[in-house]
Design a protein. Structure first.
Length: 272
């Protein structure tokens, strides 16, 4: 456990915290600040996501419980209480839109070749109360920016743009409590090289796991570029990857594949 000033502790995913009426729990995760307040008849949630002023990336998530509220300028969301016993927990969630990922530098996969990229993506935090974990709201843990991925302005889809890069070495992926790691295997079955400059990670289809070291993972993804360059197939594993070690499921995917766990998509909708 990290060493913090008195009263501060490491934040923990899916851990039930007990509050008394009048108390506020404050969380700081990277550039996100969150305050959850319990009153006799309501919950109040306040948060702010700050734009990073420089390239520095915070490493820690700490929480503290007290009676202090932030500035009145920060908007408040209010929720009527209903048999929650003052219990609150925080569940991770992948983005609700596909996320465009880039290698740290453009990468060429030769004809008939393959590679594995490890990607760390920012999460959303669901604020849940009571033993049934009723969701009050969800908070982005980074400033989400949107981008367009497709052949032209008419064919494609809106995605989130990732602030992190895909890496060939797992050790090179920054480990943060508010990011989940996804191994992406890209197989090029075409007869020509594939220049990999960006690709769309189907984040709404990914569940979130936690391993014994407290790191968050998603199932692995395999993308096969067929000999027909107009399409590619995408397969999602049914469990956490072997590289993660023994894991527990923290949160199911937002969406499920309609048929099995294989999806065929237009090439431009995966690689732009």
């Amino acid at each position: 456990m990290s060493v913090y000033p008195e009263g501060q502790r490491d934040g923990v995913w899916a851990h039930p915290y007990q509050l008394a009426s009048g108390q506020t729990q404050q969380h700081q995760l990277g550039h996100t600040h969150l305050w959850v307040t319990l009153l006799d008849q309501e919950w109040q949630v306040r948060f702010v996501v700050q734009q990073p002023e420089d390239s520095a990336d915070p490493l820690t998530w700490f929480e503290t419980i007290g009676h202090s509220l932030p500035s009145s300028e920060i908007p408040v969301q209010r929720f009527v209480r209903s048999g929650d016993n003052g219990e609150v927990c925080f569940i991770p969630a992948m983005a609700s839109l596909p996320t465009v990922i880039r290698p740290s530098q453009p990468l060429t996969v030769p004809a008939g070749g393959r590679c594995v990229l490890y990607v760390g993506t920012n999460l959303w935090m669901k604020v849940c109360v009571g033993e049934g974990r009723s969701e009050l709201t969800e908070v982005p843990l980074a400033v989400p920016s949107r981008t367009w991925l497709g052949r032209n302005s008419m064919e494609g889809e809106i995605c989130y743009a990732s602030s992190t890069y895909g890496r060939l070495a797992l050790e090179a992926v920054p480990k943060r409590p508010w990011r989940a790691v996804t191994p992406v295997t890209i197989i090029n079955r075409r007869e020509r090289p594939l220049l990999l400059e960006r690709f769309s990670l189907p984040t709404p289809l990914l569940s979130v796991y936690r391993n014994g070291q407290g790191l968050l993972w998603t199932p692995g993804i395999t993308v096969e570029c067929e000999t027909d360059m107009n399409s590619a197939s995408l397969r999602i594993d049914q469990s956490a990857p072997q590289a993660a070690g023994e894991c527990e499921l923290l949160a199911p995917a937002r969406e499920k594949l309609a048929k099995g766990r294989r999806l065929v998509r237009a090439f431009d909708h995966i690689f732009g």
